[in-house]
Ligand binder design. Structure first.
Ligand code: ARE
Length: 588
């Protein structure tokens, strides 16, 4: 037993409330080290030998080095004291808050060191503290729209000097094409046809640039896109079609032309807004830069969200769009650079306006600190993005590493945050999926298939579904291709089919997820997804060559992509998968 590998941390992703009565307890051990791992637990106010329960844990996930065990417990009085019991061969070791206890438990089940004060503790499960993302997110299929580039529905709003909208148009840092909100309204039925249930908009409030991350007025739709009434109409029309709307909250910084910043520029020390920003000197200077900004971008002065007036203003913005206009969620720009206290108040404001609103942080790294129930429901899952790309698209890692990376993420957060996570493969900040795949549509489809059969909510970046390509910002922001003969119809049909499959079977959205095969040096994976009603086995071949996979299984299966039937024989299912293809087998 390698005791050094064992890790547990109370009140963390290793011990949290999943719902109002259920605790998840996890512990890490060296991979393959233990015969049996259990939680030994009782009520902390009634910790008597005869009332102590031992519950066996199961392996939830593993990576190259570790196994991660988990158990679900519903303590009758919503509080509990616990320790772990590790068994290997004849050896038994306990771990409580004091440390490892190598002596055997006494007959009664409680040894000398087993006083409640030495136990780990989950002091009380208070419902208000439970991270409870809106239930609809698990079922959602998101579509990301960059408003300037999706569709031009009202040419009267098109900015002067805008370039012509066509399939070969080239986006630059500062050119315009004339996309607007009416254009989105006009194409809502296109999104219904594809199967979309929520649109994520990058900013559409008044701003100077084409991307609108440099806000001038947070309470007003940019005149190039329409007005607040158009936004209301968009929300209503979308809702009529079962589509929700999520907006981008750019609260880390304002734009250079935001009136309070302009006031500081003009009045210097006499401005009443000097404390609204992080100034390091006056008068304001862009070079050398003497105020904090997003990155080193002078057009984006960082907001002082500790200032009560700034806070009140931004919270009103958060409330207004949810309550008065009816949007269903906020994606929080540069979420990890804004103070936690602000986000806690933001959450209270938004959830008061609509308890079912989704709060999604834009964080590219580990985000546990924001996912404890008091700030965000979930984050944009860039670590999953990168794992999918590295395995299916770039062919840079083997199946074992792919599994290890995903499983590490699974235990990095409470389960409910993973269930409501936002899984994207590309965005307005990255090269497009097809370009990352160097034009290989088979690889692109493999990545999309995994995304659409994995847990969390998938998001499709506008145009991917018709085979649009594009390099990094700004090339990934080309105007949507509407010319029918330039759209990849096969790609559209592929996305549509997989989205429908995901919608038809809850198992593919919210069922258990288990890797069946993910071996060292292998270029294929197999996993299963299962709920009470259905059982799927998905085999994906990331190799150019055909592969033959043997899986432990019983009964008959049908491939939901081709209709082909498979039958297991003597406990083994043999599946041949062509190079860069996949089968999605449903048990019959
Ligand atoms: C433009 C140009 C850039 C240029 C920059 C500076 O396109 O090439 O370098 O200007 O002049 C918005 C616009 C961008 C614009 C930017 C600045 O969309 O086009 O860039 O404003 O004017 C980090 C942050 C993350 C952030 C990304 C971009 O953590 O929050 O960088 N993403 C949001 C939005 C962006 C938006 C802004 C923030 C600013 O989604 O669209 O940019 O409001 C690693 C790091 C991450 C890093 C990530 C990407 O993984 O770990 O922290 O994210 O790379 O760089």
């Amino acid at each position: 037993m390698l005791l050094e590998a064992i890790h547990h941390q109370p009140k963390s992703q290793y011990a949290y409330a999943y719902d109002e009565e259920t605790l998840h307890i996890r512990v890490r051990t060296k991979r393959g080290d233990m015969d049996k791992v259990s939680v030994v637990w009782g009520d902390k106010y009634d910790f008597q030998p005869e009332k102590i329960t031992t519950t066996e844990m199961t392996v939830l996930a593993h990576d190259k080095l570790f196994d991660y065990y988990q158990v679900e417990i519903k303590p009758p009085f919503r509080r509990f004291a616990y320790a772990f019991k590790f068994e290997k061969g004849k050896k038994t070791v306990f771990l409580n808050e004091v440390g490892f206890q190598e002596d055997e438990l006494s007959q009664s089940g409680v040894g000398m060191l087993w006083s409640p004060s030495g136990m780990f503790e989950f002091p009380f499960l208070n419902a208000v503290d439970v991270n409870k993302p809106p239930a609809w997110v698990k079922d959602a299929v998101f579509y990301q729209i960059f408003p300037e580039r999706f569709a031009n529905g009202d040419p009267s709003l098109t900015p002067e000097g805008a370039e012509e909208w066509h399939a070969d148009a080239v986006p630059t840092r500062d050119n315009f094409f004339g996309g607007d909100l009416q254009g989105v309204i006009d194409n809502l039925d296109y999104l219904v046809d594809l199967g979309i249930t929520c649109i994520y908009f990058t900013p559409f409030f008044e701003a100077y640039s084409n991307h609108k991350y440099d806000t001038i007025d947070y309470l007003k739709v940019d005149p190039q896109f329409g007005d607040n009434e158009t936004a209301k109409r968009l929300v209503d029309e979308a809702h009529k079609r079962g589509i929700k709307i999520m907006l981008d909250a750019v609260f880390n910084h304002s734009g250079y032309y935001w009136p309070p910043f302009q006031d500081v520029l003009k009045r210097g020390e006499d401005s009443r807004f000097t404390d609204w920003f992080h100034l390091r000197g006056l008068p304001i200077s862009e070079s050398p830069l003497n105020y904090d900004t997003f990155g080193f971008v002078p057009q984006m002065p960082k907001l002082n969200t500790e200032n009560p007036e700034v806070k009140a203003y931004l919270l009103e913005v958060a409330r207004y769009w949810v309550e008065d206009i009816g949007v269903d969620g906020w994606r929080l720009d540069v979420a990890n650079e804004v103070d936690h206290r602000f986000w806690r108040e933001f959450r209270d404001t938004v959830k008061t306006a609509n308890p079912e609103a989704y709060i999604l942080g834009e964080i590219w790294h580990n985000s546990l600190a924001w996912l404890q129930g008091d700030q965000f429901d979930a984050v944009m899952n860039y670590p999953v993005t990168n794992s999918i790309l590295d395995f299916f698209v770039k062919d840079e890692i083997d199946a074992e590493s792919f599994m290890g990376r995903l499983e590490q993420l699974l235990i990095a957060y409470p389960l409910q945050a993973n269930e409501a996570t936002f899984n994207l493969l590309d965005s307005h900040d990255t090269p497009r999926l097809l370009t990352l795949a160097e034009g290989n549509k088979k690889r692109m489809k493999l990545a999309a298939l995994f995304q659409l059969t994995y847990l969390g909510a998938p998001c499709i970046y506008y145009g991917d579904e018709i085979g649009m390509d594009g390099g990094g910002d700004p090339d990934c922001r080309k105007p949507m291709v509407w010319e029918k003969d330039r759209q990849d119809k096969d790609m559209f049909a592929f996305y549509k089919k997989l989205i429908q499959l995901r919608k038809d079977y809850r198992a593919l959205r919210d069922g258990s997820f288990t890797f069946l095969k993910a071996e060292k040096d292998a270029k294929y994976v197999a996993f299963e997804r299962e709920d009470d009603a259905n059982h799927f086995v998905v085999v994906m071949n990331s190799d150019e060559k055909k592969t033959k996979v043997k899986l432990p299984a019983e009964g008959s299966f049908v491939d939901m992509l081709t209709g082909k039937s498979y039958k297991a024989s003597r406990g083994t299912l043999v599946v041949e998968v062509e190079g860069l293809e996949a089968v999605v087998l449903k048990a019959e």
